[in-house]
Ligand binder design. Structure first.
Ligand SMILES: Cc1cc2nc3c(=O)[nH]c(=O)nc-3n(C[C@H](O)[C@H](O)[C@H](O)COP(=O)(O)O)c2cc1C
Length: 215
């Protein structure tokens, strides 16, 4: 017995990719679509059922341009170097393609119509947090981020989870007026996708990474 149509569910789960080169920079994204996807993301789990998240949605062109500058400042030379390193890897060019795509995004981020910055409350985070605190904080936002990404994909939109702007996160705090005790965790550039036919990719077999009963 299955509860949901597995051909649809499994396709959604296995083909929701990091989209960069196929973000449609020309098509407007209605506010209602973003709200609908955010609404769905609110069903994600959180530690102690706290829902300590907030979401900053940026569509203003000047602010998007500033965020793109912050992203590039954060990236520094990382993407170029990673692209060069990837050329030597024997993974069928997968990492090289990712890095070339990441380089493209860094160049056109300002033109992606919507930037979404998920945030989590860290007011009660202790100094030098133990593993349980890190897991509690990050684990209370990334499930919602992924739900948001899946909801976008189901509606013909795409995004990619990025973190490089966090290397210059203070600049974004100032630009967007983010209060103390609120931690940004990512920047998601959101747009309709050019075509919707995304595919699953090759990953290491689960037999290599799964430990039944004992490591
Ligand atoms: C924690 C995290 C941070 C990431 N940061 C960036 C980033 O700053 N810039 C970027 O272009 N992609 C970033 N990515 C996207 C990954 O490169 C992408 O998920 C990976 O290459 C797999 O691509 P796929 O999901 O299409 O298989 C990040 C992904 C994760 C999970």
């Amino acid at each position: 017995m299955t509860v949901y149509d597995l051909s649809v569910t499994d396709a959604l789960l296995s083909t929701t990719r990091a989209v960069r080169k196929r973000l449609d920079l020309t098509r407007e994204v209605p506010r209602e679509v973003i709200n609908e996807c955010l609404e769905l993301s609110q069903q994600a789990p959180t530690g102690s059922n706290k829902q300590g998240w907030s979401w900053i949605v940026v569509t203003d062109p000047a602010k998007r341009a500033a965020l793109a500058d912050i992203y590039r400042k954060g990236a520094g030379t990382y993407l170029q170097e990673a692209e060069q390193d990837a050329a030597a890897m024997s993974d069928g060019g997968q990492t090289k393609r990712v890095m070339s795509s990441a380089q493209y995004l860094a160049e056109c981020l300002q033109d992606v119509p919507v930037h979404v910055i998920p945030c989590i409350n860290v007011e009660h985070m202790v100094e030098n947090p133990p593993p349980v605190a890190w897991a509690g904080v990050m684990g209370s936002i990334f499930p919602a981020v992924w739900s948001f990404q899946l909801a976008l994909r189901a509606r013909g939109l795409g995004t990619v989870l990025t973190t490089l702007h966090l290397r210059a996160e203070e600049d974004a705090v100032e630009l967007l007026g983010i209060p103390n005790g609120v931690q940004q965790v990512a920047l998601l550039p959101v747009a309709y996708t050019v075509g919707t036919d995304f595919k699953s990719v090759k990953r290491p077999p689960i037999s290599e990474i799964t430990h039944w009963e004992q490591w």
